[in-house]
Design a protein. Structure first.
Length: 67
């Protein structure tokens, strides 16, 4: 038996989590989502209309930490 190959995961500050694909994601409601893309952007803010995949909705966020 061979060990599974590791995947690179990149956490983008104030953005998505980038995962080298292909990936299979299971959401908290038990639904499985798959993508065979080279890199998959996973939503970290839950604003995406395509959740669990990122649609760049995080860019529309109004910053509340402006001094």
């Amino acid at each position: 038996m061979t060990a599974p190959s590791s995947r690179r995961v990149t956490i983008v500050p104030n953005g998505p989590v980038l995962v080298e694909g292909p990936v299979e994601l299971v959401t908290d409601d038990g639904v499985t989502h798959t993508s065979d893309r080279f890199v998959v952007a996973v939503c970290a803010c839950r604003r995406s209309k395509r959740y669990p995949f990122c649609d760049t909705s995080h860019r529309k966020r109004v910053r509340d930490d402006v001094e």
